[in-house]
Write a protein that binds this ligand. Structure first.
Ligand code: FES
Length: 440
């Protein structure tokens, strides 16, 4: 960067910061907020040069350098197009409650999130804390991140040309419907991180938002605590993007064959709790768990395995219908001329903007998963796609428009998983239910 200037979000004018924060809040264009300051900086940079931010193609192009995994892009495009609007006051406490309901953990909604003023797990450690990162033998500890990285001798990963394919063969049989899913990355943005002082408690790796369940089994806090005690100093434990891909949990790949009466066989990568989940939707199916070399799997990830079971049900039925999540929320989706239309029943939303934002994000994630996402994992279980760009997450330019209608009343419940399952089923149906994901 020698000889160049870098403007971060702190370097924008007060007026720019206020306007963009308001627009992002008004449209629910930020959830966890990890991606947001970078996106705002890019949009402001081009706004200053006179870019037409009401033009979808222009904004799509600007967003192609970013990944927002939470919002599904649409609300960001809306905020960019309406950044000059004067927005009415809204109760952000209610918005925060709605977001927390969806995230399954406390989540802030407000200018501090958009402007990068909230602390993520690795923003908080004291100066001088040691840094611990993973290496092949365990952990490398250094006085700085650079030092710790150097001692591992690791080079940054890259996208592989190795083909990704579902790891389980279909069960033999004469099936009406078959489905094989492969390895995919949840792709939450804030990588696992925690820090701890020798006599303290470790920081929470979930700073703002739930990582779609992806950090449920993360051991970074435990490691930070034990290494702080061992070294007698505060220690930051950091996972790189590659570490998240290699060691973070994935939804269990499966292969399924179903007869028209709903009986059949599902093979699934061995995972605690998976059998009960599949059988709760497909009670007439046999479930066989198979050991497969690969990254760890968990049913803690968004709608893991019951969304797949709902897709199979939908394929057998031949049309989209309501699906019900364990939270009690229900959703029904259809794809109509490349528009995803979703009806959602999850009680009376506490805040309609954040309700819609989470529904759009879940719908985008489902559509992207079914049509585009995969991870290459070789026969000995090593992951080869190690960069954000290699996960296949659909870019803004390739994302269909999403319409959300709330039809619920009564006590509000989390709706994201129901929307995810309904949109996954509708997307697969729309693509003609080919056996293997992603469908393209
Ligand atoms: S709000 Fe963009 S990644 Fe979470």
């Amino acid at each position: 960067m020698a000889g160049r200037a870098v403007t971060t979000i702190e370097g924008l004018t007060e007026q720019e910061r206020n306007r963009w924060a308001e627009a992002f809040i008004a449209h629910g264009a930020s959830q966890c907020g990890f991606c947001t300051p970078g996106i705002v900086c890019r949009l402001v940079g081009h706004e200053r040069k006179g870019a037409d931010l009401q033009d979808r193609e222009t904004v799509d192009r600007l967003l192609s350098a970013h990944l927002c995994r939470c919002t599904g892009w649409q609300t960001i495009r809306e905020a960019a197009a309406e950044v000059a609007v004067d927005y009415p006051h809204r109760d952000l406490e209610q918005a925060s409650l709605q977001a927390s309901l969806e995230a399954g953990t406390h989540q802030i909604v407000g200018p501090a999130v958009v402007l990068g003023e909230i602390c993520f797990a690795d923003d908080q450690p004291p100066d001088g804390a040691l840094v611990a990162i993973r290496n092949d033998a365990g952990w490398a500890v250094g006085e700085t991140l650079h030092g710790a990285r150097e001692s591992t001798g690791k080079v940054q990963g890259r996208r592989t040309s190795m083909e990704s394919r579902p790891p389980l063969e279909l069960p033999p049989g004469d099936w009406a419907v078959t489905l094989r899913t492969g390895w995919v990355e949840p792709a939450y943005l804030e990588t696992d991180a925690s820090w701890c002082a020798p006599s303290g408690e470790p920081s929470n790796p979930i700073a703002n938002g739930g990582a779609f369940g992806g950090k449920t089994d993360s051991d970074v806090s435990e490691k930070a605590k034990s290494m702080a005690i061992e070294n007698g100093m505060p220690v930051r434990v950091l996972w790189s993007r590659e570490d998240v891909v290699r060691y973070g949990i994935k939804r269990p790949p499966l292969s399924a064959g179903l007869r028209a009466d709903g009986s059949g066989m599902i093979r699934v990568v061995k995972t605690p709790g998976v059998e009960e989940i599949i059988r709760s939707v497909l009670p007439r199916c046999e479930v066989e768990q198979i050991e497969v070399a690969g990254p760890p799997t968990s049913v803690a990830l968004r709608a893991a395995c019951w969304a797949e079971a709902e897709m199979l049900n939908t394929a057998l039925r031949g049309f989209s219908d309501w699906v019900q999540a364990p939270s009690g929320a229900r959703a029904k989706a259809e794809i109509d001329q490349e528009v995803i239309k979703v009806e959602v029943s999850g009680g009376t939303p506490l805040d309609l903007v954040m309700f819609r934002s989470y529904c759009v994000g879940a719908a985008h994630m489902a559509y992207s998963w079914v049509t585009s996402e995969s991870l290459s994992v070789d026969e000995v279980g090593e992951v080869h796609d190690l960069t954000v760009r290699s996960f296949g997450v659909l870019r803004s330019s390739d994302s269909p428009h999403i319409e959300i209608v709330s039809v619920g009343e009564g006590e509000a419940v989390a709706v994201g998983d129901a929307v995810f399952a309904a949109v996954a089923a509708a997307t697969w149906l729309n693509r003609g239910c080919p056996s293997d994901l992603p469908t393209g």
